[in-house]
Design a protein around this ligand. Structure first.
Ligand SMILES: Nc1ncnc2c1ncn2[C@@H]1O[C@H](COP(=O)(O)OP(=O)(O)O)[C@@H](O)[C@H]1O
Ligand SMILES: [Mg+2]
Length: 235
């Protein structure tokens, strides 16, 4: 794998088998997603975005083809090591925010560090810095239900980044936000992506977000139809 690609797909297909019916969700996709850039997967509902991101996130295996993530052939990582690989290398951001309702914003951000066994004082300091980076220093004690949708997604961004992952995956992170808040969240993601040097990949069905991304992977019916490289810098 070339060093400057964090994700490489070679002829990847995913077929879901529903009883007698075979649903081809991804069909022979080959792509390279460059390191330290802000990439977007664009496609209508049902085009295969979630399936693609789940493959990149090692949450599911392809039916055929080869996937390389962070320099590792995913098929060769043992079941025992795969959750450790994910915990170290990959941060996830979800459409529904997926914050833990009984924890404060700060505790939600700390949670991945707890899983990695980090000591309390260091954990707290790093999490506070991340909350500051997403503009929520004043909201650390708030529970998720005391935050707006945009604020919840900022907490989720802080949580995804706090462990210093090489790769952050966001599956339709703006789908539950109004368009103005959604665009602001994408800009914030791009800002922290540059600041922390991680690679970001987000998916959306909204073509209006094209102007916010550097690399755009367009998919339709499980096929990659275009990889456009904008070379865009954040305004
Ligand atoms: N677990 C599953 N079982 C069966 N079919 C699935 C499953 N997940 C997704 N699909 C099908 O695969 C296709 C791609 O779905 P998905 O990756 O969720 O697309 P998107 O995220 O772009 O909406 C769709 O036809 C969908 O119905
Ligand atoms: Mg989806």
């Amino acid at each position: 794998m070339a060093e400057d690609n964090v994700v490489v797909f070679e002829n990847v297909s995913k077929i879901y088998q529903m009883g007698e019916v075979a649903i081809p969700a991804l069909q022979g996709i080959s792509l390279q997603i460059p390191t330290s850039r802000f990439s977007m997967v664009l496609g209508p509902s049902g085009s295969g975005k979630t399936t693609l991101l789940n493959m990149i996130g090692c949450l599911d295996q392809p039916t055929s083809g080869e996937i390389n993530v962070c320099g590792e052939k995913v098929a060769e990582i043992s079941d025992d090591n795969i959750s450790e690989f994910r915990a170290r290398h990959i941060g996830f951001i979800f459409q529904n925010f997926n914050l833990i309702p009984v924890l404060s914003a700060l505790e939600n951000v700390e949670y991945p560090l707890t899983l990695l066994g980090m000591k309390t004082a260091e954990r707290r300091e790093r999490s506070m810095k991340m909350l500051e980076a997403v503009g929520l220093a004043e909201h650390g004690r708030h529970r998720p239900n005391q935050l707006s949708g945009g604020q919840k997604q900022r907490v989720a961004i802080a949580r995804a980044l706090v462990k210093g992952p090489s790769l952050v995956l966001a599956d339709e992170p703006t789908a539950n936000l109004d368009s103005k808040t959604g665009a602001a969240i994408i800009d914030l993601m791009h800002r922290v992506q540059e600041q922390y040097g991680a690679t970001f990949i987000f998916s959306t069905h909204d073509p209006q977000l094209i102007s916010h991304a550097q690399d755009i992977f367009s998919i339709r019916d499980g096929e990659l139809i275009e990889h456009r490289r904008e070379g865009k810098c954040r305004p």
